[in-house]
Design a protein around this ligand. Structure first.
Ligand code: PMP
Length: 464
């Protein structure tokens, strides 16, 4: 399932200036080869705030404008063909324009796309998820943010408590309760064992921030202490079982997830696994099935909709009863949208089959092997962490185990690699060290080999 490799590589004194030079050279190539994107960007900036449709579409040196996608590839507006390992921030496990998804969506579109009433496809989707995640009851929404927002509301509604716990540095969407301690640096971090509840951006009221307590990943002692300090006040904890907005960080503390499960239960609090990234990608039943620890609530989004906007929460009978009884109204005009449900049904029942996960395993092994060869050969200060359809080259000499390790990573390595990959025909998420690659069922051996070749080109330039 997972492949982790540590390499105590060399980080030479020259790396810094050399990285600056390589970044400048590669950014110049990037801009020079994209005249049409530049023209579009100028026009976009007149009526799209910041020239993009989401702030995380900003990229250095310029946003990437895409025209179309097919299979494992996308084409930008200047006609460059790119192997897509960005995959829409981990959404496109099915690959682009997969025939099964196209067929399901085309059929549905001719029969009406929105009624604000359920369609039978939603039952099949819920049945499939119940089997994969071992949680009986499901509801749908339109994004990961909605899923984690519902989860936080549900934890509060079910326990009658207001405070929640989240893990330092993790991202769970952009609603107030979880916009706390996300990518903070310097003084905002606070002491190691008392991480601050720092606001992630402007616009988040202090009163709400105070309700979210922060603990380090891989640390049960601090978790116990926070529960003791707020006895009877914590509704629940939301976490990613594998941190996926810091590259990829697995729990290294033996029994960590089991410990979190035990401690939350002992304190009458609930546990939510945010599986927006991990669900359906690292294992058919996400981290929940992969690690055999079942939370009270699971949040899904991204890969579930096969490329259409979606979100879902699954829960135990006990927790979801709060919705059944009407104490918490889990609502939304577009919830269970027929088009999304048709695409999700095809994704779950026709594309993300056992054979798809075998394919992910084979591709991942090939890709990590290729990367490790380069890392060893060039003695890079890096290691590969990969699980299921996801993986990353992390430019740290030691395995990263929490956000504080992650924050120390020199982001220039991953930005330089992003540029080498992009100029070399491989599209990765633009946020360098924070993100990871994502495979689809339509990727080929050649696709993943190109990633390793571009890594080699970067390593050669760095060490020449
Ligand atoms: N949770 C996690 C773990 C995520 O990675 C993300 C998005 N990157 C979200 C929640 C929010 O999802 P969305 O962007 O669909 O609102």
């Amino acid at each position: 399932m997972a492949t982790a490799e540590r390499a105590r590589g060399r980080r030479t004194a020259e790396d810094g200036p050399r990285l600056d030079r390589l970044i400048a050279e590669q950014e110049e190539i990037f801009v020079r080869n994209r005249p049409r994107a530049a023209e579009i960007q100028r026009r976009a900036e007149r009526h799209l705030a910041g020239g993009v449709t989401s702030s995380w579409q900003v990229a250095e040196p310029k946003p990437v404008w895409i025209e179309r996608g097919k299979g494992s590839k996308v084409w930008d507006v200047d006609g460059h063909e790119l192997v897509d390992l960005h995959n829409g921030y981990g959404v496109m496990a099915v690959g682009h324009a997969h025939p099964k998804i196209v067929e399901a969506v085309q059929r549905r579109v001719t029969e009406g796309t929105h009624f604000a009433q359920p369609t039978p496809d939603s039952i099949v989707v819920a049945e499939n998820l119940a089997e994969r995640f071992g949680l009986p009851l499901w509801r749908f929404g339109n994004s990961g943010t909605e899923a984690t927002m519902d989860a936080v509301h549900l934890m509060r509604a079910a326990t009658g408590r207001n405070k929640i716990i989240k893990v330092e540095g993790t991202y769970h969407g952009h609603h107030d309760s979880v916009q706390v301690s996300v990518y903070q640096e310097g003084e905002d971090l606070g002491p190691n064992d008392h991480p601050f509840s720092a606001p992630a951006s402007a616009g988040i009221p202090t009163e709400i921030i105070e309700l979210t307590r922060v603990v380090p990943f891989n640390d049960l002692e601090t978790l116990e202490r926070v529960f003791a300090e707020h006895e009877g006040e914590i509704a629940g904890m939301i976490m990613e079982a594998v941190m996926m907005n810091c590259g990829i960080v697995l729990s290294t503390l033996p029994g960590y997830l089991e410990g979190v499960r035990r401690i939350t239960s002992e304190h009458g609090a609930l546990l939510t696994f945010d599986e927006v990234k991990t669900g359906l990608t690292i294992h058919p039943g996400g981290a929940t099935a992969a690690f055999g620890v079942t939370p009270d609530i699971v949040c899904l989004a991204k890969a579930l909709g096969g490329g259409l906007p979606c979100g879902a929460i699954g829960g135990t009978e006990e927790v979801m009863d709060v919705i059944v009884r009407g104490e918490y109204d889990q609502v939304g005009t577009f919830n269970g949208n027929p088009l999304t449900m048709a695409a999700a049904r095809a994704t779950l029942t026709e594309v993300l089959t056992p054979a798809a996960y075998e394919r992910f395993d084979a591709l991942r092994e090939r890709m990590t092997r290729g990367c490790r060869e380069v890392i060893d050969e060039y003695d890079l200060p890096a290691y590969v962490e990969a699980i299921g359809a996801k993986g990353s080259v992390t430019f740290a000499p030691e395995t990263v185990t929490d956000y504080r390790d992650y924050v120390k990573i020199d982001g220039r390595y991953s930005h330089a690699l992003w540029l080498f990959q992009h100029n070399g025909g491989v599209f990765l998420p633009p946020w360098g060290k924070a993100e990871q690659w994502m495979l689809s069922v339509q990727h080929s051996d050649q696709d993943v080999d190109l990633f390793a070749e571009n890594l080699r080109a970067f390593a050669t330039a760095l060490r020449s």
